[in-house]
Design a protein around this ligand. Structure first.
Ligand SMILES: NC(=O)c1ccc[n+]([C@@H]2O[C@H](COP(=O)([O-])OP(=O)(O)OC[C@H]3O[C@@H](n4cnc5c(N)ncnc54)[C@H](OP(=O)(O)O)[C@@H]3O)[C@@H](O)[C@H]2O)c1
Length: 298
């Protein structure tokens, strides 16, 4: 039973490949990436496959039982729907039995925010997969803890962390914890026809900061920021990502404020164990950082 991960050269791809490799053995794991040489895990077969090219994906997915289809990066709006359709159709033509799509959480409230465009892509791909005739599993990811933690730790310079989330609750998981759930879901052949929220503990921004205070000694307070100020901040922070990304990231926080990401967790049903708490996940991040740079303080 071979399991492939597509769009595998990124963060979620590598983490999922590692868990799969440890679980079912590297010889049954295939990485599909635009540039297979960017897959850096020994013992795993890496094949070339680009979501832009249905042909390349069909060839790459030959002999695969289950494909974990990682969502294409946010860019170009409706273009992502086409890329995902290519991957689904390629899986069908290649004879893949089951596709697991990595989507994003939301309870509908996010459709009134600047996150709606991103969410429409994910929900459309979910619908396309369900209509494909393939066996399917959908995982809706929590937000990546690492990304917001980075911003919180940067706020050490000013002592204030601002975004538009207000007192809304949001579940965060590390990329590694999300990947663990996907590797378990993919390896369990009985898992099909279900949508799982791959989430854990849901905290407010102020609660997240408190946890970061315990684990990283961070002494930063939270303030709600206006949507316009948030867009301006992202514009300034990452000019190379463009206006659409500044809107999308602000939309994430609007969605948190609206309670749209405060969804029930299905992590245990997907992964066979409860999700690690936010504090444990932050401790995991601290341990990983210490291993990379021994002797530095968090
Ligand atoms: N839940 C969250 O908080 C959150 C946060 C960020 C992103 N996401 C979503 O989750 C996905 C995975 O996250 P990540 O952290 O692994 O992202 P990442 O590290 O940026 O990796 C993105 C991957 O997509 C690949 N890719 C880009 N265009 C492709 C194409 N046309 N065909 C096939 N592969 C393509 C990239 O390949 P190359 O190596 O060739 O560039 C890379 O392997 C993202 O793409 C995004 O949709 C979720």
């Amino acid at each position: 039973m071979k399991i492939a991960v597509t769009a595998a050269s990124g963060r979620l791809g590598h983490a999922t490949l590692r868990w799969l490799s440890g679980g079912i053995g590297a010889s049954d794991v295939v990485a599909v990436a635009r540039q297979p040489e960017r897959v850096l895990i020994p013992g795993i077969e890496a094949r070339a496959g680009d979501y832009h090219s249905l042909d390349s994906m069909r060839v790459a997915l030959r002999g695969i039982d289950t494909a974990i289809m990682i969502s294409a990066p946010v860019a170009g709006g409706s273009e992502r729907i086409t890329l995902h359709r290519n991957a689904i159709e390629a899986a069908r033509q290649a004879g893949v039995r089951r596709v697991l799509f990595t989507s994003i959480i939301g309870n509908g409230g996010e459709m009134a925010t600047l996150f709606a465009a991103t969410q429409r892509v994910n929900r459309q791909t979910e619908a396309d997969l369900q209509a494909s005739g393939l066996q399917w599993v959908i995982g809706r990811n929590a937000l990546y803890l690492e990304l917001d933690l980075l911003q919180m730790r940067k706020a050490r310079e000013t002592g204030v962390y601002r975004n538009p989330a207000g007192t809304g609750r949001c579940p965060y998981l590390t990329i590694d914890e999300i990947a663990f759930a996907y590797a378990r879901l993919a390896a369990d052949k009985s898992q099909t026809g279900q949508i799982y929220n791959i989430t854990g503990e849901a905290l407010t921004q102020a609660e997240l900061l408190r946890e970061a205070g315990v684990v990283f000694g961070l002494d930063v307070r939270y303030e709600t920021q206006s949507d316009d100020a948030s867009i301006a901040r992202f514009r300034e922070l990452m000019p190379e990502r463009g206006e659409a990304v500044a809107h999308m990231l602000t939309g994430c926080f609007q969605s948190i404020r609206a309670g749209a990401f405060d969804v029930p967790s299905h992590f245990q049903a997907a992964a066979g164990r409860p999700a690690r708490s936010v504090r444990e996940l932050m401790q995991d991040v601290a341990v990983a950082e210490a291993a990379l740079s021994p002797g530095t303080t968090p």
